[in-house]
Design a protein around this ligand. Structure first.
Ligand code: MN
Length: 378
């Protein structure tokens, strides 16, 4: 029996400002494309079933476009008679039950099994004379409810395969968490039962937890912390011995350049090194982050950030994160006392190269006093 396992497709996610010619956010399109590639693979290779371990959508109320993409792609599986079992993840599960789950729109599609009602459900199928039971645990309202659901699981030893599909952060020696406020933890003991396969979602990095348990990871890179990860889905062969194969999708390059320590560098050196980094990346169509750390305050002012941005304008997204020297910051906050707004304004004006300082000072003070009078009378 062959199973395709995917998770964390986050349909409806968008980021950065770059838009397509049609005016749609480029990253939103990228995310749809990655999901579509997984469905392409399923349609081509016809697995016995497809498991989606949650966070199909990025939010509780996905846009019409995200819903349309989901329906279109899931219908392709349905038409091929490929069962699709999907559990609701923390991103699409509403905090209040009365909001209703978007997964209800899948309820009347043939061969589609959306599991979203905050409770353990099973799906029993028969394919090629083999029987399989899928134990599915969606996101729940709280950790206690989640735990109670795991305790309800009963494996059926009479059938050929028992599979588990769940969404959450497995916690044992290491925690596979995303640091999201509503994430739920799956104690390692809950996945050490006698399952033939455990399909997990939530953690975005493709990870083998044990012989029979995997996170397939997300299908696109949703933050710079995922810059180095390959993305895709997992093909599982459940024969005498479990075989797994990672199926990579073709996605946009994301480059997170290792931070540059600028403590002892001049502005010119920083610009030169950053230029070199940009040119070696070949920015076109890529997503790039460059971090400049510990820049002394007086050096920071001499860096031509505009010039560096121009060099990378063919990128889909380019950001320079610069942090000034920590020591400077503390010195400022300890030794610095804020004077009155009028005094601060006068001091500031004296540092500026304007020729009509007298007039600006008079005008500025007039408005400051007027505003303070208003505050007093309010
Ligand atoms: Mn999640």
């Amino acid at each position: 029996m062959r199973v395709l396992h995917l998770a964390d497709t986050h349909l409806g996610y968008s980021a950065y400002r770059k838009a397509t010619e049609e005016g749609i956010n480029q990253r939103e399109i990228d995310v749809y494309d990655a999901f579509t590639q997984c469905i392409d693979y399923a349609v081509k290779t016809k697995p016995d079933l497809v498991l989606h371990a949650g966070d199909l959508f990025d939010s509780v109320r996905p846009t019409n476009r995200a819903i349309t993409v989901a329906i279109q792609q899931i219908l392709r599986l349905s038409k091929e008679n490929i069962p699709f079992i999907v559990v609701s993840g923390n991103h699409e599960t509403p905090k209040l039950r009365e909001t209703g789950n978007i997964f209800t729109i899948f309820e009347h599609l043939d061969h589609v099994y959306p599991i979203h009602d905050n409770r353990y459900e099973t799906v029993s199928l028969q394919t090629n004379n083999e029987t399989v039971m899928i134990h599915a645990i969606p996101q729940c309202q709280n950790p206690k409810e989640f735990d109670v659901n795991f305790k309800k699981i009963a494996l059926d030893k009479k059938i050929d395969y028992n599979l588990l599909v769940a969404h959450g952060a497995v916690a044992g020696i290491k925690e596979f968490k995303m640091n999201e406020f509503n994430e739920l933890f799956i104690p390692l003991k809950n996945i050490q039962q006698d399952y033939d396969y455990i399909a997990l979602g939530h953690y975005h990095m493709y990870t083998k937890l044990q012989e029979n348990a995997f996170y397939s990871g997300s299908t696109e890179r949703l933050s710079f912390s995922e810059a180095g990860n390959q993305k895709g889905c997992l093909e599982i062969d459940l024969g005498q011995k479990l075989k797994h194969r990672f199926i990579p999708v073709n996605i946009r390059s994301m480059v997170d350049v290792p931070p540059l320590d600028c403590l002892t560098l001049s502005a010119e050196q920083i610009v030169r090194k950053t230029k070199e980094a940009i040119l070696s990346i070949e920015p076109k169509d890529k997503i790039i982050r460059i971090r400049l750390e510990n820049i002394p305050a007086h050096v920071q002012r001499g860096i031509d950030f505009h010039q560096l941005r121009t060099l990378s304008k063919t990128a889909v997204h380019f950001e320079i994160k610069s942090s000034s020297l920590k020591a400077d910051e503390t010195a400022l906050s300890e030794g610095y006392k804020m004077a009155s707004l009028a005094d601060e304004f006068e001091k500031f004006l004296n540092t500026q190269p304007f020729s009509e300082k007298e007039m600006l000072l008079k005008l500025g003070l007039y408005y400051i006093h007027k505003s303070e009078e208003q505050d007093d009378s309010a």
